[in-house]
Design a protein around this ligand. Structure first.
Ligand SMILES: NC(=O)c1ccc[n+]([C@@H]2O[C@H](COP(=O)([O-])OP(=O)(O)OC[C@H]3O[C@@H](n4cnc5c(N)ncnc54)[C@H](O)[C@@H]3O)[C@@H](O)[C@H]2O)c1
Ligand SMILES: O=C(O)CC[C@@H](O)C(=O)O
Length: 388
């Protein structure tokens, strides 16, 4: 029986894929074998010793201490692309709300009624305060052309926008998803100097913290509208507030409110709603659960953010799964111990990622506990699991 602790509300559509005969799942499990999480902060969480994996139902993993997980042999998964459409749709809403002052206009209409005015008599005169430009024929800059950025860039073309994209680490898959009419630039300043609207879709890491600072904003066009549904920490709030004050930035639409931002004019702050659609919550939960099950039951790794992708069809009678440091002669050391005991290796897969590597070995006979202990005791081996 595996114990899975949930943090946040994970869609039952995903949780129902966990057979109750095999899995105990709740938010109060202790000594858990695995965690299912959305945005809950696990940075200071004291992981139980037997924790094998964390599956993040979503894209961003800045709430999980990845280095600590790798050192402890905990595999961290995310669900690439599973919520991208939900975010894309909210970005469209953000661009429109950042243009005409829809929010201000709706509030004004309510205030008229609340103060006893017949609103029909004041609409035509009052509306001038909420005027704003169209998206058609304007230029959109998309920073980060991954799962979300590529969808946003493509749909903006169909709104008649001219689209510039910047992504120094653009994957081949992501590049293939991009419409050929999108101008992909190598220098972000090319995007800054042209864009009337800028939307950012990158991960928050120590490299991207406050990437949108006073210098970046200064390189943008006066009157730019900036949309941030990525993470609050990517934007330097001081610089953004100063730019809003002078009108250099005409509107800042963010999914990451804080009390300073919410009090400032021309800020539209939403309560982290980007992935909050039933479709996206279900997609993420299903993907997070399926990947977790495949790891727990078969040792296969798909969509991990800290270990390599390694999957192998089951063969033999017993499977060894080893997380180890990426150093020379590991495979030789492991197979020497197995062959010394006369255990034949039916199939083996091994891949490395940075400082770490993962090996799956299917054996023709059950491995004796003594051999497992010896393999576990090898220098640079972090975790060994036996799956029958
Ligand atoms: N508001 C929400 O609810 C919500 C929902 C989903 C994702 N997000 C945020 O959006 C981020 C992106 O999600 P995704 O699914 O598109 O991820 P993704 O991995 O598919 O795409 C990220 C892209 O950013 C690029 N990139 C990295 N550093 C960059 C840099 N310095 N400049 C330009 N590009 C850079 C990468 O090459 C990659 O193509 C997530 O990390 C998360 O923080 C927010
Ligand atoms: O779980 C959520 O609601 C938000 C997830 C989102 O921020 C992500 O990074 O995928």
């Amino acid at each position: 029986m595996y114990r899975i602790r949930t943090f946040n509300k994970i869609s039952p559509v995903g949780l129902n894929r966990l057979d109750p005969a095999l899995y105990a799942v709740s938010d109060s499990e202790t000594d858990e074998d695995a965690i299912l999480v959305r945005s809950a902060k696990l940075l200071d969480y004291d992981f139980p010793k037997n924790l094998l994996a964390i599956s993040r139902a979503g894209a961003g993993v800045n709430n999980i201490p990845l280095d600590r997980c790798s050192e402890a042999g905990i595999v961290v998964f995310n669900t690439p692309g599973a919520n991208a459409n939900a975010v894309k749709e909210l970005v469209l809403c953000a661009m429109l709300m950042g243009s005409r002052d829809v929010d201000g206009g709706i509030q004004w209409v309510r205030q008229q009624v609340a103060s006893g005015v017949d609103v029909t008599t004041v609409v035509e005169k009052g509306k001038a305060a909420f005027i704003g430009p169209e998206l058609y024929k304007k230029t959109l800059g998309v920073i980060g052309l991954g799962a979300i950025g590529s969808l946003v860039a493509n749909i903006a073309l169909s709104l008649g926008m001219d689209v510039y994209g910047y992504d120094p680490f653009l994957s081949v898959d992501a590049a293939l998803r991009l419409d050929r009419h999108i101008h992909v630039v190598k220098d972000i300043n090319e995007l800054y100097k042209r864009a009337d609207y800028i939307t950012i879709h990158i991960h928050y890491t120590k490299d991207t913290e406050r990437m949108i600072d006073a210098k970046a904003i200064g390189a943008m066009k006066r009157g730019v509208r900036f949309i941030n549904l990525a993470r609050g920490e990517i934007v330097d709030d001081d610089a953004m507030l100063a730019a809003l004050d002078t009108g250099w930035v005409a509107a800042y639409v963010t999914d990451f409110p804080n009390n300073r931002l919410v009090g400032a004019p021309h800020v539209l702050a939403m309560p982290h709603l980007g992935a909050s659609t039933p479709e996206s919550e279900q997609n993420c939960a299903v993907m997070a659960v399926d990947q977790l099950r495949d790891y727990l039951e078969n040792g296969n790794i798909r969509n991990s953010v800290n270990l390599p992708a390694v999957s192998q069809e089951r063969s033999g009678v017993c499977r060894l799964c080893l997380i180890h440091k990426n150093v020379p002669a590991m495979l030789a050391s492991i197979t020497t111990l197995l062959s010394r005991d006369g255990i034949n290796v039916e199939n083996l897969s091994n891949k490395s990622r940075g400082d770490y590597a993962y090996t799956i070995v299917d054996l023709s006979a059950p491995a004796d506990q003594c051999v497992i202990d010896e393999v576990t005791a090898l220098e640079n081996v972090i975790r060994v699991r036996v799956i029958q």
